[in-house]
Write a protein that binds this ligand. Structure first.
Ligand code: SF4
Ligand code: SF4
Length: 87
């Protein structure tokens, strides 16, 4: 029997203009959620991008590791909440 993959309960966002490409978030993430973008931001850095948000477990290591406050990790509302609030 094949286990069904559960969708992530977390939304991960990186501010591409605030990122200075230090790579700390890539190092600390246990789920390999990030990768380096193939473009340069206005400050001349190749920022980190979210490549696999569905793997995120919400540990927030990336959030605390980022010296530039460029990462947000938010819990998604539960499906029941969406139905109740018509989101
Ligand atoms: S919260 Fe944890 S699993 Fe999710 S992206 Fe950040 S370090 Fe990776
Ligand atoms: S830790 Fe922050 S500044 Fe460093 S690469 Fe990740 S998002 Fe960019």
């Amino acid at each position: 029997m094949v286990a069904k993959l559960q969708p992530s309960k977390y939304d991960v966002q990186v501010d591409g203009q605030g990122c200075k490409a230090c790579g700390y978030c890539i190092e600390v993430c246990p789920k390999d959620v990030f990768s380096q973008a193939d473009y340069f931001n206005t400050k001349g850095y190749r920022p980190v991008q979210v490549k696999a948000a569905d793997k995120c477990i919400g540990c927030r290591r990336c959030f605390f590791a980022c010296p530039d406050f460029a990462i947000d990790v938010d819990k998604k509302p539960a499906e029941e909440d969406c139905r109740e609030k018509n989101i």
